[in-house]
Design a protein around this ligand. Structure first.
Ligand SMILES: [Zn+2]
Length: 344
């Protein structure tokens, strides 16, 4: 286990409504979430077949809320596909989502691969096969949430396999590896063009129906500035600006994406949190359905969340450079963005 990933992940999970976790659970998932065999049409390793997957063969349904819900007919994200990999450090039981979301992720990874090459995007947790509470996350219960690591560049400026490192206002970060050993640190840079294109692909995918992009405010600014300086449609830029925000704790080491209920899931009880954007209202109107408000959250929907103190304790000794970066991080953990509020 990468100690740094554990530390940052636990910090994130301590304070967010939907968070990353990069740790395989020590115990088995609850009985009701044990995965079925993946459907025959979608092999766990989809590397050679991702382009020919017949997504219409799947019929999933996201039920209730992201923070108190279930998933029927959950579709497993391929462990690998062109331009995409499920994080090999993660619990593969936590890679199920709605067909709309999984298809959208595969398509976005593939688009970046086709247009810019480089290494695959690294996908962290989705939901369990049947949804429900999942360790380290408050949401991720109904197959419509996913954590995605940023594309990253190594010290030579070339793509490097993504890790759960956090990035500062200039897009610089460090893979600390052993947190107590300053000699093994690797300097990283946020790969803005590929990271932007992945998000752009999700936004422009009408079938995926992205709702939220949870990301730290300073990284949102870097991405938005990049999009504005390049050949991106005004609609995509406006939607990115509206959908993206920093939650109560900054997502400075990964994205958390949330997708809307697919129109045909609403009749099965799928419920969206606000906001409901005008373009989504139009989609639903065209499909002849009306959105349902969130259901009241049930007690049993709670998952085990690691506290900041537990995370710090588990991380053990830290070298001076790690301490320096954690101090730096406080600049954007507290409300750092005049004029914009935290996510609703
Ligand atoms: Zn998350």
């Amino acid at each position: 286990m990468h100690p740094y990933a554990l530390f940052t992940t636990a910090l994130i999970c301590a304070a967010t409504a939907g968070c990353s976790a990069t740790k395989k659970p020590a115990s088995s998932p609850p009985l009701e979430t044990v995965k079925p065999d993946p459907p025959a049409a979608l092999p766990p390793d989809g590397a050679s077949k991702a382009k020919t997957i017949d997504w219409s063969a799947f019929d999933s349904a996201s039920v209730r809320n992201p923070n108190d819900g279930a998933l029927r007919g959950g579709v497993p994200l391929p462990l690998t596909a062109p331009g995409l990999r499920f994080n090999p450090e993660r619990d593969p039981n936590a890679r199920y989502g709605t067909v709309e979301m999984v298809r959208g992720l595969v398509a976005a990874g593939n688009r970046v691969d086709q247009e810019l090459g480089g290494l695959p995007v690294t996908i962290n947790d989705l939901s369990y096969a049947h949804g429900g509470p999942i360790p380290h996350h408050r949401s991720h219960q109904s197959g419509r949430d996913v954590d995605v690591l940023f594309y990253q560049l190594g010290p030579d400026g070339k793509p490097i396999e993504s890790v759960g490192a956090f990035f500062d206002r200039s897009g610089a970060g460090v893979d600390f590896r052993d947190l107590a050993d300053p000699s093994d640190d690797v300097a990283l840079q946020l790969d803005i063009p590929r990271t932007w294109l992945f998000v752009q692909a999700l936004i422009e995918d009408g079938g995926a129906q992205l709702q939220h992009i949870f990301v730290a405010e300073h990284l949102r600014t870097l991405l938005l500035d990049y999009g504005r300086a390049h050949d991106v449609s005004a609609t995509t830029l406006t939607r990115f600006a509206e959908m993206s925000c920093q939650p109560g704790y900054p997502h400075d080491d990964h994205f958390h994406f949330r997708f809307f209920c697919a129109p045909d899931d609403i009749a099965e009880g799928c419920r969206d949190s606000p906001p409901m954007y005008p373009w989504q209202r139009q989609r639903l109107k065209a499909a002849g359905v009306r959105p349902l408000p969130l259901a009241s959250k049930r007690k049993q929907a709670k998952a085990k969340i690691v506290t900041h103190e537990e995370a710090r304790e588990a991380a053990g000794p830290l070298d001076a450079e790690v301490e320096r970066w954690l101090e730096l991080r406080k600049q954007w953990i507290d409300p750092p963005h005049p004029g914009r509020t935290y996510c609703p």
